[in-house]
Design a protein around this ligand. Sequence first.
Ligand SMILES: Nc1ncnc2c1ncn2[C@@H]1O[C@H](COP(=O)(O)OP(=O)(O)OP(=O)(O)O)[C@@H](O)[C@H]1O
Length: 596
Amino acid sequence: MAGKKRGEAQLQAIITNQSLWDEMMLNKGLTVIDVYQAWCGPCKAMQTLFRKLKNELNEDEILHFAVAEADNIVTLQPFRDKCEPVFLFSLNGKIISKVKGANAPLVNEKVMQLINEEKKIAVGEMNRPQYHEIMLADSDTEDAGEVQDESAEEQYNIAIIKPDAVLSGKVHEIKEKITKAGFVIEAEDKRRLTEDNIRNFYSRIADQPDFEDFVSFMKTAISYILVVSQGNKKLAHFEESESEPGTQPGGPSEDHHEVKDKVTSKEVTKRDSLPEYLERQHISQFCDVEDNAINVDKFIDTFFPDFKKMKSMKLEKILALIRPSLFKENKGKKESVLEIIEKEGFKILMQRQIVLSKEEAQTFCKDYEKEDYFENLIENMTSGPSLVLVLLGDNGLKHWKELLGPKSVEEAREYAPESLCAQFARENLPINQLYGSDSLETAEKEIQYFFPPQSTLALIKPHVSYENRDDILKIIKEAGFEVKHMKEILLTKELADCIYLNIRNKDFYKDVLQILFEGPCLLLVLAKWNAVSEWRRLMGPTDPEEARLLSPDSIRAHFGTSILHNAVHGASSAISAEETIRKLFGELDSENLEEN
Ligand SMILES: Nc1ncnc2c1ncn2[C@@H]1O[C@H](COP(=O)(O)OP(=O)(O)OP(=O)(O)O)[C@@H](O)[C@H]1O
């Protein structure tokens, strides 16, 4: 290794000039470089850690340590005359990370992570991550001990929470543990995996003797599929109390006390990969993780076909409102405001007509309360229905603001004649006939106000095939419902009576029961504004034949074969939804039931 004194089994190479530095950069694998100033010398406290790592890992081919004097090495100029020690991580000649301060746990974590990766890469278990070379600057804005780990792309894992964990109600706990540790659940889905899904995801264990039994087990019920990213490393810190004694990076070794004391919880960044973390939390038996970049990419495409598109967009939800006079005039017009909205690439997620009360109008138009036309405005706002919309669009907030143009008609006519404000101006009011939230925070509050979510119970009947169940779930999600809970059960007579309270006295009820007891039903708690009636609308008329005539896009029109085999059920009112959800899902959803 560059700079090593002949015959000396020394821990760190001593780099005192640029040519030794350049030579050191030819090292294969990882080199941890302690950048020091001539006047204060290298960091003695960290040498104990380096010695431990060297001895324990025994990876001399790919793990090197060096001390480099900032004063005489041009590359290290940014670090001259700084008191605080700096540790650089050079991977195959590229400086990819930097830790400021003698933060032993953090340096330990970084070394372990990078060496583990190198080992996996060497045996073909992992592709080389795309690390960027970092800027060598002594930025004061960085927190001490922060790892400047700039991966070119976000690295994702796919985690599958298996059916047994789902059935025993462990999903919430597992997800909470994952997010508490600073990982981010970027997307999730719940579904029964197909045989193909299972064989592909678990191909690495396909040669195990009990693999066929495992495939059958995985097919029995619903699994949760999560896309998990490493999250914001600055925020990520583990609760020390949750860790196993002796498993903390930096270890229980007494040698580390000197530097370990300096680490505050804020400085501790994520130290485990997701599989390691799940292992440490004793939940790995419930949740399998794929972290190989190529496989993850493939599974994201399989399970979440829109994920990449969504990630490349900055999708934002905002509230828009068309004031009463424009709404009235615009109804049925050729180039209506709604058409313009859709042409501009917005998706209208929800819409409702609402006549604002005087108080609501006053709150809503607060910005104008000092204007002399305020009274006129309130009168106008309460004179008839406004159309309130929830719009989803790429960079939605900015885009909608740009489309609207200035708040005042005068300004819009002068500076933005193309804006909606200028185009749809009314003579009797000098302000924009359209409204948009002014921040994402306001948008969230306004959406909650105008579109408070409601829960309803949905049931997919036993006769619906698994493929069709997946299709129905897709339709449900596309219609903007959130699937809050889902479980597959064999209904008992008692539960069926609770669900079908209204028809228990009908002659055909015995036939309904027979259909329901044919196999497992899929029970769902769906949430959305106006969920009860929205779900009933999506289901369509009771009889599929009628549905095909009157509501050909409905679920019953597509998946129903007869009045008894009509694919789905939905609660008939908010009250019955609340009662049946409580009965079927226990207290699980009780925190949200008040919404109904
Ligand atoms: N005349 C009938 N003959 C046979 N079965 C019927 C008849 N009417 C309704 N059903 C069955 O009973 C179920 C409950 O009937 P209900 O009148 O509550 O209809 P619904 O509200 O459209 O359906 P659901 O309650 O299942 O959402 C229906 O889904 C259907 O399968």
